[in-house]
Design a binder for this molecule. Structure first.
Ligand code: ADP
Length: 759
């Protein structure tokens, strides 16, 4: 039937479009002709039959004509359509199928390959010939293909439904790839798949990129979550869109609680401007740093240090805040500031205390100086007159009790004087006002001087005092000779004092080791010794060992002062002692640089030859005589009388005044009357005008003759003060007769004949 229709269609197309008209007219004529024939032959039984036949034939022709017309119209329409577009769509589709990157595969309902396109061959490496008739699943899948996907696919196709999915396939060369595919079943009228078209695309790269992205994201997330600094990501409006666990912990929220919070719920009101600045700066792509005060979920306020940077997060431009809780640090800093302030206050008080202490120390020193002055001045009179009483006149007529009384006064006066000197020395040492000088000092002379000073005491006790040298000694050492002498006199004095039988020995040794040169003086006695328990304390002030049956006239300060002095000289004193057998005190002092210093190989002999010349100390002062005119300026009547008496007896002419101003007047008068004074003895502490001022004025007036200061002040600097004022020399009170006579004799001798008038 279909081929008939097509032939007719073809015929109509070939013969033009009017056939249906001819057929229709023919059908009508046939019907009419049948009825005419039936009418003419009426009377017979065949009329209806002929009419029926011709009518049926005519109707058939008319129906045919109608169909032909419809066919003609359909043909005309389809022909026009096919002529216009049909051929180009087919070609295009053919080209698309051939050239598409997608792989297209046509299978029958059991999966056998019917056809593949070029895209399939490019993707899999198989040609159509190689896979034709093969089961597509067998060809394309491999060991790691997810078979569940194949099961799903099969179930979908069975239901005649399309399936979309991704599956791991294998190429001909064994390489695998991920393909995103769509399988479309072509189904029959009963809904059973007759064939399947599958289209696929290699998505390996995309999936790999997505995987890499996922991995990168998870890496960043791991870092984001592991970082100990709090990280909060705000969107541009200031809403939290992400926060790491450290941030959640810092603010006291869970992640879900903090997400969606506005900055205003986190940042304290007073710091909202800081956040606004953060938003502005970071949005503009700049980095931000500030300190803010934020609020935790429990309402506690925390100090946070904020660093801000712009960040693209999930495709959105966001603001990342890196936060450090510095509450503790701020608190510590606040405390530190408070401590510093407190410290400053304490320092201030300390300075005040220190100042007060210094003031107290100054006051103590001044007090000591004054006390010393106040005690020394009367001591001059006491000792001086006691000595006069002991030496003047015919003592044989005096009752022994009087002589004993005078001796007692002398002894106690001297003891008192020693005590004053020791207290003064100790106070100076404690106040750090005791200075030592390092000058060249002749070792043998030093030892000889000490020997002179202590031998009288030893002799008085019938105690041998021996000096020995352990090997050569340097001719000179660098030290403070006066202080060294003071120490040695004290040590040997003690040894003599605490030894009744046996001997006292001074052993001198020069010990030279690499880089150090030391002079050791060992004072060894055979006296009472010191018990071990007392050895540690003998160097402490006012410490006198009781085992000697009471003290033997000491002050209890000698060893303290000696050791302090030794240390000031850079050395020290040590002691060894056996009770009942004796003691050995060892003084060691640095000898100084030895470059170019001659060593005396036989010091004992050299010292012995030196000592053949009697020392100045040994010259009897009672023999001293001089002549000259002396002005004595002294305000104390006792001292005036004493000194005047000593000087007159020695042969001098003495004029006494009691203040500095009177002294100046007398000096000037002496010159005007052409009877000048050869020497002025000037007490430095006097009423009206003190000796310093008087001396200064005399010197300013051009007076050049000797002025010797007499002062009871024995503090450091007193000597210098007197010399600065213009004095030639200095004698400290109490003035001792021999010392005074020697001093005056020296100066009178020096000025004999030379006078200069005041201006
Ligand atoms: P003092 O002026 O009383 O002697 P020191 O400080 O010089 O004071 O001595 C302190 C004490 O050390 C003395 O009182 C004495 O007990 C003891 N001492 C010092 N030297 C000796 C010594 N050579 N032998 C025994 N005891 C000594």
């Amino acid at each position: 039937m279909r081929s008939v229709v097509l032939n007719i269609r073809k015929y109509i197309a070939d013969r033009g479009g009017c056939a249906w008209l001819w057929l229709g007219v023919s059908g009508a004529l046939l019907i009419a002709g049948g009825w005419v024939l039936a009418w003419r032959t009426a009377g017979g039984g065949s009329l209806p039959t002929a009419a029926a036949i011709s009518t049926l034939a005519g109707l058939g022709l008319v129906v045919l004509a109608t169909r032909l017309r419809l066919l003609r119209q359909w043909h005309t329409r389809t022909s026009t359509y096919l002529e216009n577009i049909g051929p180009s769509v087919g070609r295009v589709l053919n080209q698309v199928v051939a050239n598409t990157e997608s792989s297209i595969l046509l299978c029958d309902q059991s999966g056998r390959v019917l056809w593949v396109n070029n895209g399939f061959t490019r993707l899999t490496g198989y040609t159509f010939a190689e896979v034709q008739g093969c089961n597509a699943a067998d060809v394309l899948t491999g060991p790691e293909t997810d078979l569940c996907i194949l099961d799903d696919l099969g179930r979908c196709l069975d239901r005649c439904e399309p399936y979309r999915g991704e599956i791991l396939n294998y190429r001909k060369d064994g390489g695998s790839y991920m393909v995103a595919f769509e399988a479309l079943p072509i189904c029959d009228a009963q809904g059973r798949p007759k064939s399947i078209v599958a289209m696929g695309r290699d998505v390996t790269d995309r999936l790999r990129a997505e995987q890499a992205l996922r991995e990168e994201e998870s890496r960043y997330r791991a870092i984001f979550e592991a970082v100990t600094d709090a990280l909060v990501i705000y969107n541009q409006d200031g809403t939290v869109i992400e926060a790491n666990p450290a941030a959640c912990a810092m603010y006291g929220y869970t992640r879900s609680q903090i997400l969606g919070l506005s900055y205003a719920e986190i940042v304290q009101q007073e710091c909202h401007p800081v956040f606004a600045e953060f938003q502005k700066t970071v949005s503009a792509g700049n980095s931000f740093h500030a300190v803010s005060r934020d609020v935790r979920s429990d309402g506690a306020v925390i100090d946070v240090e904020v660093h801000g940077v712009r960040l693209t997060f999930k495709g959105e431009l966001t603001l990342l805040a890196v936060l450090t809780d510095i509450t503790e640090q701020q608190r510590a800093q606040r405390e530190l500031r408070e401590y510093a302030e407190a410290l400053q206050v304490a320092n201030h008080s300390l300075e005040e205390y220190s100042f007060a202490a210094q003031e107290a120390s100054r006051a103590k020193s001044a007090f000591l100086a004054n006390m010393s002055h106040e005690i020394r001045t009367p001591m001059t009179a006491i000792l001086g007159f006691a000595e006069m009483l002991r030496t003047d006149g015919d003592l044989s007529k005096a009752p022994p009790s009087r002589i004993e009384a005078i001796d007692t006064v002398l002894r106690n006066g001297e003891h008192l004087l020693r005590l004053i000197n020791d207290v003064l020395d100790l106070s100076k040492i404690e106040a750090g006002r005791f200075s030592v000088e390092h000058n060249e000092c002749c070792v043998l002379t030093l030892v000889s001087d000490v020997q002179d000073m202590v031998e009288i005491r030893a002799r008085a006790k019938n105690l041998p005092f021996v000096v020995e040298y352990a090997g050569p000694v340097p001719e000179t050492v660098q030290t403070d000779a006066m202080r060294l002498r003071q120490i040695l006199v004290n040590l040997i004095g003690n040894a003599v004092k605490f030894t009744d039988t046996g001997e006292v020995r001074l052993r001198v040794e020069h010990i030279e080791t690499a880089g150090s040169s030391v002079l050791e003086f060992a004072v060894i006695d055979t006296g009472v010794g010191i018990s071990t328990s007392k050895l540690d304390t003998v160097f402490q002030p006012f410490n006198q060992a009781e085992e000697h049956g009471g003290h033997r006239g000491g002050t209890g300060l000698g060893l303290t002062i000696s050791r302090e002095l030794a240390r000031l000289l850079g050395g020290d004193i040590t002691v060894e002692s056996t009770p009942g057998q004796g003691s050995a005190f060892r003084l060691r002092v640095p000898a100084g640089a030895m470059d170019g210093v001659r060593h005396i190989s036989n010091p004992a002999q050299v010292a012995a030859s030196h000592r053949l010349n009697p020392s100045v100390e040994e010259v009897d002062s009672s023999q001293i005589r001089f002549s000259g005119r002396i002005l004595l300026a002294e305000d104390g009547p006792d001292n005036q009388r004493l000194i005047e008496c000593i000087l007159r007896r020695a042969g001098a002419e003495v004029l006494v005044v009691d203040n500095g101003q009177a002294a100046i007047q007398e000096v000037e008068a002496g010159f005007f009357e052409d009877n000048p004074f050869d020497l002025v003895l000037m007490d430095m502490q006097m009423p009206v005008m003190d000796g310093y001022e008087a001396t200064r004025r005399l010197r300013r007036g051009g007076y050049t003759l000797p002025i010797v200061a007499l002062t009871a002040h024995a503090m450091k600097g007193d000597r210098l003060k007197c010399l600065d004022a213009g004095c030639d020399d200095y004698a400290s009170k109490p003035i001792q007769r021999p010392q005074l006579l020697r001093l005056v004799s020296h100066y009178l001798a020096s000025v004999a004949g030379s006078t200069a008038p005041p201006a």
